[in-house]
Write a protein of this length. Structure first.
Length: 391
């Protein structure tokens, strides 16, 4: 239910501050996550499968969000994130890595899906683009701060996980005291509900055309985004010969460019339409990915990474805004669960694409494949997905 007195400042404590903190923790581990996992003497394929396994968490997360409400889902998600990151830090074998990633995947899915549903509940359509772009910008600022801090952590690849675990606990405490339950909770308690999977099937059938076009485009976008996080550190260490500090520096600088673009993204989405941010942003992102395999030094890899993150910044918040626009009033949680599932399918496909192609042909060809998938997303958004901003 949208409040008539809505203002973006009302989202600072329940949404923006927790997003800033948690993304800072994620930024601390992001530059060396793939390097850390591969340090267990794994192939590219196994390394990326470990990273991708977290997508399994979306189904149980969708069930819980609609059953226990937005607030409880956020809190449970934060607890699971804290546990999983600590376990990652003390992991001794592949089994530990898989278990931690699975727990973290469910926790992160709970956290992301409940926040998305919460924002869809409380933010009016006319202000949704800028509010969610600001949310995306806050996440990018946090990621930048985390990557900046990571430069000073030395060569110990376990310390970032302990830092993230502490931040998750701090975020949990803040959210416990600041997040009210949205009005959707009262409806959940008072209405008799069908089994979750039956609701999921019903919603997927009713919105098949949307999921078959916009959903597939989102798969492509998230494949590109997640693949970018994996391939740049690996390419920097294995092909360019950079150490952990060099990789972290590239990630930090590119992240700074990414985070600076969200005001433009919000303005474009609310002033001209969602497509005006999505299409050019993803096109630039894909082009930077295609250029990456031609780099052979710190500066040229930095150039390609900055180009990718520049395009990603222009598209800041576009997938969440599009999902919130398309979500029906009845079955919002189920639709957003499916929407997130399509996005995380792409998120899991990104690492798998990188790993499988890299083991056979090399990391450079993984970059070409990811860039091609990005161009496919541009084509779908350009010709098959209508504008969702209704003026």
């Amino acid at each position: 239910m949208v409040s008539n007195n809505f203002s973006r400042t009302s989202l600072i404590l329940p949404i923006y501050l927790p997003a800033l903190l948690l993304s800072t923790g994620a930024g601390v581990i992001s530059p060396t996550l793939s390097i850390y996992i591969k340090s267990f003497e794994l192939t590219y394929t196994i390394t990326t499968v470990v990273i991708a396994v977290s997508v399994i968490g979306n189904i149980p997360a969708g069930i819980l969000v609609e059953r226990i409400g937005r607030r409880q889902s956020m809190l449970l998600g934060l607890l699971m994130i804290g546990i999983s990151t600590f376990v990652m830090g003390i992991a001794q074998n592949l089994f530990h890595l898989f278990g931690a990633q699975l727990i973290g995947g469910i926790g992160n899915a709970l956290w992301m899906l409940s926040r998305h549903a919460y924002m869809a509940d409380v933010i009016p359509l006319a202000k949704r683009g800028r509010s969610i772009a600001l949310f995306g910008g806050v996440n990018r600022i946090g990621t930048f701060l985390g990557k900046f801090a990571a430069i000073f952590l030395g060569t110990n690849l376990r310390i970032p996980f302990y830092i993230y675990a502490v931040i998750a606990v701090l975020t949990l405490i803040i959210c416990y005291w600041s997040i009210p339950e949205s009005k959707q909770k009262a409806q959940i308690k008072s209405e008799k509900q069908e089994p979750y999977f039956k609701q999921l099937l019903t919603v997927s059938i009713q919105h098949f055309n949307i999921l078959a076009t916009a959903g597939v485009a989102q798969i492509c976008v998230q494949t590109l985004r997640r693949g970018c996080h994996i391939i740049i550190p690996l390419y920097g260490t294995d092909n360019v010969g950079l150490n952990e500090t060099g990789v972290r520096q590239i990630e930090m600088i590119a992240s700074a460019v990414d985070m600076s673009m969200f005001p433009l993204a919000g303005y474009l989405m609310d002033r001209f339409g969602r497509r005006f941010a999505t299409i050019p942003g993803i096109f630039i992102f894909a082009t930077g990915m295609v250029l990456m395999p031609f780099t052979n030094s710190f500066l040229w890899l930095l150039f390609a990474a900055v180009m990718m993150r520049f395009g990603n910044g222009i598209a800041s918040g576009t997938m969440m805004t599009l999902g919130a626009d398309l979500a029906p009033k009845e079955g919002t949680g189920e639709f957003l669960g499916l929407w997130r599932l399509t996005g995380d399918f792409g998120g899991s496909a990104g690492p798998v694409v990188v790993g499988n192609i890299a083991d056979v042909f090399g990391l450079g060809y993984s970059g070409f494949a990811l860039g091609g998938i990005g161009y496919m997303a541009v084509a779908i958004f350009l010709w098959l997905v209508p504008e969702t901003l209704k003026k």
